[in-house]
Design a protein around this ligand. Sequence first.
Ligand code: KQY
Length: 365
Amino acid sequence: MSSTLTSTPASDGYRMPAEWDDHAGCFLVWPERTDNWRDGAKPAQRAWRALIEAIASAEDVTVLVSRRQYVVARGLLPDHVRLVETTTDDAWVRDTGPSFVVNDAGDVRGVSWTFNAWGGLRGGLYFPWDADDLVGPKICDLERVPVYRPSLVLEGGSIDVDGEGTVLTTEECLLNPNRNPDLSREQIEAELHAHLGTSKVIWLPRGVVHDETDGHVDNFARFAAPGVVMLTWTDDEADPQHERSAEALAILEHDTDAQGRPLRVVKLHQPGPLRMTAEEAAGVDSVPGSQARAAGERLAGSYVNSYIGNGIVVLPVFDDPNDAAAVAAYEELFPGRRVLTVPGREILLGGGNVHCVTQQLPSGR
Ligand code: KQY
């Protein structure tokens, strides 16, 4: 088993690299729980296959899959995708997996935060979550990398780093009393710096409307390059998203990153607003302890929720009039990478998107 470290990454000379740095691979978890994924999770599994094929065209992919679904997934996925039988509670490896950190020698370690299913017994999304809380250490075991196990409750989707000292997050999530009620903002900042090797936190007040993660930043505002932030946007002032995006824009336009650079903000106009149909809601099993789904429920659709891989960037699209502008923006933001699209609606119906269901393993190069 990988050793569990009691020091911190920063004190050991480690930092979390930007997602656009070189990867040794990517992890996903195969979706199957029918109280989150409609119609026996079959539409979600087709969406996963498209996403996995896109990422596996550029880097090594490992998919964690249950004993029940191993043969199904093996039959659907390309041979060069590695499957590893693993017990999990659901498929959100951005949040349950380790945030990997690197040092100047190119060594890699994992930070496996404490996971409480986005709020524990105070608004969390399912119970129990003990198998998900072990996904981080299990991945570190697989990769034979030492792991840090901070007591801080945090999901990987609630932070975004530029690899040069800056971390973006939201108050709605990280200061939510359902995560770390006994820690002050200053204590949470200190924990972030100690585990990410950062020196500056940019706090945005809120994330995307009706995002069941309590406003994960990876669905709202993310670095696309040093000094460049992509932001979920709408011009519609009657839409509650407008106020949220405008308050974030005001902060980003007047702040600087850890290097003192002003930030360029690129607005990505949201799809929709998208809503769950009656048929989609009816396809989700109703189970005590899991959140109920209802027809008409607003979906937290966003083009920011993408994966930046080796020579590629993969974003979700929604058969929406704003898809084309989002793709054009990615082509401008990521010159030299292939911009790939995957159908995003089925992942969105479960509560997230491409970034939420992927976890990169940096190569350390
Ligand atoms: O990172 C995420 N977007 C996770 C969402 C969990 C949703 C569970 N229904």
